[in-house]
Design a protein. Structure first.
Length: 232
């Protein structure tokens, strides 16, 4: 009975933390362009994307500060989440890059993303500077926190991977049905890399960071353009 109570508390705590993180992310994604519009400032697609990236960065930094406060309260640090290189690091690194390459290849089938992927510009630099730290913070939350918390209450590794992938895909609801399915698949791969690397974050972060570095800000630019045209 006590074990069931611990599992229930862990699940409720995880749902609350993820809910707060989702709300924070959505707020800073949506608020900056709406505030500018209310002020009568009308930006083009690319400046608007740059502003949205700034909102993403603020949200992720607040989430990182919150994660740090959460672990300090428990007498731990973010360093305890698993940053030592695994013994099988060549296999983890190799598989991480393969997964990143496969997902990037799939995303590049979107013509608007593919058209910009070779561009070198301030927007590309800004996209990488935001997207790579965002990948780190998302891995801290979805793999480092969520899967570790579920492990503490004896939930099986397979279920940990599945639940973390579901939560990760829900964060990307704006990408539509196929986007959610693809993000869920990537979430499964990231969880598998986390387990393969003996619960270290190097594999998932390398994979996630490589995907973001390759595709952003063009994936976000395409998404903003899609919704701008849809609701025009």
């Amino acid at each position: 009975m006590q074990n069931q109570g611990s599992k229930g508390r862990a699940v409720l705590e995880s749902i609350l933390i993820l809910y707060l993180y989702f709300c924070l992310t959505i707020l800073f994604l949506v608020a900056p362009p709406l505030v500018l519009k209310a002020l009568g400032v009308h930006l083009g697609l690319r400046p608007g994307t740059a502003i949205t990236l700034g909102g993403v960065l603020i949200a992720e930094l607040i989430a990182l500060a919150g994660a740090g406060a959460y672990y300090r309260r428990k007498g731990l640090t973010l360093g305890t989440l698993g940053w030592s290189m695994p013994r099988n690091s060549p296999a983890v690194i190799g598989l991480s890059l393969v997964v990143a390459a496969l997902y990037s290849w799939y995303a590049l089938q979107i013509p608007e993303v593919k058209a910009n992927v070779a561009e070198v510009s301030f927007l590309k630099l800004w996209g990488v500077l935001v997207a790579v730290p965002a990948a780190l913070i998302e891995e801290i939350i979805f793999r480092g926190y969520l899967m570790a918390r579920l492990q503490q209450v004896k939930i099986t590794p397979m279920v940990q991977v599945l639940l973390a992938a579901v939560a990760f895909s829900l964060l990307h609801l704006g990408f539509g049905f196929m986007g959610i399915i693809c993000t869920f698949a990537v979430g499964l791969a990231l969880g598998g890399l986390y387990l393969l690397g003996q619960r270290t974050l190097w594999g998932p972060f390398l994979c996630h960071g490589a995907i973001n570095a390759a595709l952003e800000p063009w994936l976000l630019l395409w998404l903003i353009q899609f919704y701008a045209e849809k609701f025009a």
